[in-house]
Design a protein around this ligand. Structure first.
Ligand SMILES: Cc1ncc(C[n+]2csc(CCOP(=O)(O)OP(=O)(O)O)c2C)c(N)n1
Length: 375
């Protein structure tokens, strides 16, 4: 890991610097410690552990044929959880593949989150999206689109609207390293910097875009440097370091709210698991590489820090795991028992007054016996 000695949040040299707070012994570098209150640290830890357990459970459900698809963020939990803690109520979040969980930190119910994966009547989107594409209007989070890249222009557009309305809100936009090769990324970065949109744009550089390594994605030494080329404050942050991400995101949002424009953050991290349940990563990367990143696991690193601070111990950790496992188990059982979305919901939410042909189709559908339920 490249660590700039006495790293601060200056962006003078983002192509070699890496902002890190947590040290190997679990202590925080006093020169840059953001001094996050203990209750926030414990909340971050709880959310990270819950997400780790939730992802593992959902993958098992997919393997058992109980849900169709799942995309986990194992190894990348620090970025979404820090975002959820930093975001304010009226901010908007435009996640990419690995940031759906931001909404859980902002109060979206776990059951509704899981129901989206089942696509049943507990899903606020009525089963209309692919699994793992959660959204929640109540927590200002849109669904990501399976197309790679559009989250960045969407976030910048929302941020631009916030600026025009003179609101002190922020739009968070996410992408992976693969998305930086998409035209959408460059159009949005250019617009955000030129018009000083209050956006916080985060690229989770997890080193792989399915089977394509980041080195094949760019000739630049880093991705952070791309933001600088557009004239935007850009920094490279240890994405497996909850404290570093919390500090970087807090500073970026404070600047955006103060009218000081957008920030681009390259968060260096690693996808420990498969790209999705449709992928076999052993076909393109080595076990040794995965093992080396497991040593930098973001959940373990925060746990070590909390132990150093005396905030958790073995008993606390095992009690927390039991509690979270039970919470997830109860939620899965309850959600799995929910019926499919009402079939007439197919005709809802598009037209304020449905046209005659749709009314006819709806009546025809309802005149038929319902499809048999499986289970
Ligand atoms: C426009 C487009 N091209 C290709 C794909 C196929 N695809 C799905 S996910 C993915 C990789 C995305 O990699 P990255 O942006 O690095 O995010 P990560 O999966 O690593 O989080 C690709 C190429 C797609 N969905 N959309």
């Amino acid at each position: 890991m490249i660590t700039e000695p006495n790293a601060t949040l200056r962006d003078s040299d983002p192509d070699v610097g890496l902002f890190t707070v947590l040290r190997e012994d679990g202590s925080a570098d006093p020169a840059v410690d953001p001094k996050v209150p203990a209750d926030v640290l414990l909340s971050a830890y709880r959310h990270m552990r819950r997400l780790r357990l939730l992802d593992a459970r959902m993958i098992v459900l997919q393997r058992q044929g109980r849900v169709g698809f799942y995309g986990a963020c194992t190894g990348q939990e620090a970025v979404p959880i820090a975002t959820g803690l930093v975001a304010k109520k009226d901010d908007w979040v435009f996640p990419a593949l690995r940031e759906q969980s931001v909404m859980l930190v902002r109060g979206f119910p776990l059951r509704a989150f899981i129901a989206q994966v089942f696509g049943n009547s507990g899903d606020v989107a009525k089963g209309r999206q692919m699994p793992s594409h959660q959204s929640g209007k109540s927590v200002h989070q849109v669904s990501w689109s399976s197309c790679i890249g559009p989250q960045i222009p969407q976030a910048v557009g929302a941020a631009w609207a916030m600026k025009l309305r003179k609101e002190a809100n922020v739009a968070f936009g996410f992408c992976g390293d693969g998305a930086t090769s998409q035209p959408d990324f460059h159009t949005a970065m250019h617009f955000a910097a030129t018009f000083q949109a209050p956006a916080v744009l985060v690229c989770q550089n997890n080193h792989w875009s399915i089977s394509v390594p980041t080195a094949r994605q760019t000739a630049s030494r880093t991705l952070a440097v791309k933001g600088r080329a557009y004239g935007m404050r850009s920094l490279r942050v240890d994405g497996n370091d909850l404290l570093a991400m919390y500090k970087a995101l807090s500073d970026a949002t404070a600047r955006a709210r103060a009218g000081e424009g957008p920030t681009f953050i390259e968060a260096l991290t690693y996808r420990i698991g498969a790209h999705s349940t449709s992928d076999d990563p052993t076909r393109y990367r080595t076990d040794a590489e995965v093992e080396s990143w497991k040593k930098k696991d973001p959940v373990d690193r925060l746990a070590k820090h909390l132990r150093v601070l005396g905030l958790i111990d073995d008993a606390h950790e095992s009690q927390l795991d039991d509690e979270l496992t039970a919470e997830i188990g109860v939620a899965v059982t309850e959600v799995e028992g929910m019926p499919a979305p009402r079939r007439e919901s197919l005709f809802e939410d598009v037209y304020a007054s449905p046209p005659r042909h749709l009314e006819e189709q709806r009546a025809e559908l309802l005149s038929m016996p319902p499809a048999p339920t499986h289970g």
